[in-house]
Design a protein around this ligand. Structure first.
Ligand SMILES: [Zn+2]
Length: 215
């Protein structure tokens, strides 16, 4: 493990090195990558044991971060992902902050802290909403944003909101086929009040070049 100097407090600490691995399995509906990348999540951020600065690289801190790290609000954020999400949000990167909070939800899914995972998903949606109001998109296309929000609401047990978002998205007549398949599958999960994780490996096979039959 490399020895890193914290850019906020100057302390030295041993930090894990994130090994570059490619996922071999398809991602979850909320984009969490498949294995083997999935299991490296706890190494995606470094965390200073002295001042609790959390970032992909502790040796770098943008201007303004040191003051934020010493704030009470930062101290109250639980875990490295929510801490880094707080910093991104405060620096105006609301969409990125939402993604970081979502990764925090995965972190707490793994540790079995359901309440904290739920809190992270709620915060992720708040940051994305703030980002949209500031002109920041959080996915490449609007249908992808709808598909993502549908899954996060469902995983949070907010089935009515999830269904509303899912149905709104399905009204788009030019949905990319994979998004349409995802939304139709989401609808059945929501109707069963299923809040567990699902992988894109579960999507129906779509023969190459075939025309979709609409039910
Ligand atoms: Zn530090």
């Amino acid at each position: 493990m490399p020895n890193i100097v914290c850019a906020v407090c100057g302390a030295h600490s041993e930090q894990p090195l994130a090994q570059p691995v490619e996922p071999r399995e398809p991602p979850d509906f909320d984009t969490r990558p498949g294995e083997p990348l999935r299991s490296t999540l706890s190494h995606w951020l470094q965390s200073c044991p002295h001042c609790e600065y959390a970032a992909p690289e502790l040796s770098y801190a943008p201007e303004g971060v040191a003051v934020l790290v010493r704030s009470d609000e930062y101290g109250q954020c639980v875990g490295p992902f929510l801490k880094h999400a707080f910093l991104l949000d405060q620096l105006g990167h609301h969409a990125d902050a939402g993604w970081m909070a979502l990764q925090g939800a995965w972190f707490f899914d793994d540790s079995g802290d359901g309440g904290l995972a739920l809190g992270c998903r709620t915060v992720a949606l708040q940051f994305w909403k703030k980002g949209k109001a500031a002109g920041q998109n959080f996915a490449e296309t609007v249908p992808e944003e709808f598909a993502l929000v549908t899954d996060i609401l469902r995983r949070s047990g907010m089935f009515q909101d999830a269904l509303g978002t899912c149905l709104d998205a399905l009204e788009d007549e030019e949905l990319p086929p994979i998004i349409e398949d995802m939304l139709r599958m989401q609808k059945s999960f929501i109707e069963k009040q299923d809040y567990s994780r699902h992988s894109l490996a579960e999507l129906p096979d779509r023969p190459a070049g075939s025309t979709r039959v609409t039910l």
